[in-house]
Design a protein around this ligand. Sequence first.
Ligand code: PLP
Length: 358
Amino acid sequence: MENVTVNFIENKDKKTKPDADKIAFGKHYSDHMFVMDFQADKGWYDPRIVPYEPITLDPAAMIFHYGQTVFEGLKAYRTPSDRILLFRPEKNFRRLNLSSDRLSIPAIDEDLALSYLKQLLEVEKEWVPKAEGNSLYIRPFIIATEPNLSLAPSKTYQFMIILSPVGSYYKEGIQPVRIHVEDEYTRAVRGGTGTAKTAGNYAAAYKAQERATKEGYSQVLWLDGVEKKYIEEVGSMNVFFKVNGEIITPELNGSILEGITRMSIIEVLKDWGVPVTERKLSLEELYEAHEQGQLEEAFGTGTAAVISPVGELYWGEKKIKINNGEIGDLSKRLYDTLTGIQTGKIEDTYHWTIELNS
Ligand SMILES: *Cc1c(COP(=O)(O)O)cnc(C)c1O
């Protein structure tokens, strides 16, 4: 049923691109977008690249009422020799389908989706920023479009990809962040939707984020929703700790989102011969390790920041500083390695990057 031919309607009214040093995250969008529809009797159909513009939906469209939607986030990077690279994009479409499955949304063909993305990027090549540290953020997403207030999966959907040039996450160099441990609100629980990139998870996190911000912290550390004991994620990033030479990251337990940065970091660490363990890690154990002088580094991982070092944790009454509030050596080495591969500055021995035009 699915169609490889992408119709193309050119946008004749091209926008001016934002200045490299003035790009705010999520504010600028390219000239075109990718759209494809789903109907039960047709499957996914009519893939097309059209001018970026507002879309019209019925007010009863199911996305507005019951949140049946999933999204992805990845980036296209420009190398010093002007090649354009994607970092493990097939993993994003794999995960999109896993998220969709959780939300009862029909699967897309992952290979076709990647080919559609490449065709869109071919049209929008000029939107991949040239400035050091900048990149083109890619947001694929699916929404339920059937106008129907019944509680049942939608019979129609739209899959779209939009593109947004973004600036360097670290304009003033890598700054470790201060983290507020969240002991009241829960991000996700086992059996819930934490393993899916779906809208509700993020709206439900704002309350905790608001409190952290008010108290001068930049992100929250999420604990498990059952016992409120074990560490899960930091903000919307996966989290790693270096304790006495060993790297520990919470095991995938049915409520943690499996990051592609996370899986890449684990592979790199194994490759380097650094001991890395995926297991349950309680906050208590972590604070004890700190007391014994064994908590050496902490960092979040995700597409936006790649590595975001944690300089301070605040839990109840207890504030602890990690590595003197500075980025650790291993965190720095991981950051340089991952960003080096993504931007084509170091050799991609893992074969993770895909070049546009290849
Ligand atoms: C997207 C996301 C991550 C990081 O995933 P990456 O693939 O590394 O970008 C981690 N946690 C949550 C909750 C996320 O939404």
